[in-house]
Design a protein around this ligand. Structure first.
Ligand code: GNR
Ligand code: NI
Length: 154
């Protein structure tokens, strides 16, 4: 995905569309490429059901630091429906980005937020969580979706 030159009204509109799609899914993160837009924009909200929503809007997110400590999460992806697998990633990351107001921000995240930010930044670079699992498991998933597509089920 290509960098956003600046967060203007059109990017804010994209953010709003993405947030609506993410909440509707429902999901806790979404990258623009998942809605067919090749821009470096992601939205994330890891707040729990019933709690106040805490959307994060990030343009040109860049992970500038990763902890040595690792953590395992069972990941899923809206672009790979109904498939979940454990993935090991750095437990904490520092990310720099442009916010909704086009202001440079820096955030240090841990827990599920760190995992989701890494998952979304990967999408911008054409990387999916299944790229971290065994070849045997990945081949099985890719085969299943290739077949579904061939049969017109996707
Ligand atoms: O909704 C999502 N849940 C999730 C759970 C664990 C690790 C990553 C994610 S992101 C995913 C939504 C999605 O596919 N974003 O790209
Ligand atoms: Ni995903």
């Amino acid at each position: 995905s290509k960098p956003v030159s600046s967060v203007d009204a059109s990017v804010r509109h994209l953010f709003d569309d993405m947030l609506e799609t993410m909440y509707k899914a429902p999901g806790i993160g979404l990258a623009a490429i998942q809605v067919g837009v090749e821009r470096r924009a992601i939205v994330v909200d890891t707040s729990k059901d019933g709690e106040e929503r805490q959307p994060l809007f990030m343009a040109n997110p860049e992970i500038v630091w990763k902890s040595e400590e690792l953590s395992d999460y069972e990941e899923g992806c809206l672009s790979i429906p109904d498939y979940y697998e454990m993935v090991t990633r750095p437990a904490s990351v520092k990310v720099q980005f442009l916010d909704r107001q086009n202001e440079a921000q820096e955030l240090t995240a841990s827990g599920i937020l760190a995992t989701v930010i890494q998952h979304e930044v990967d999408h911008l670079n054409g990387v999916l969580f299944i790229d971290y699992i065994s070849k045997l498991k990945r081949d099985r998933v890719v085969k299943k979706f290739t077949k579904a597509q061939r049969l017109g089920k996707i």
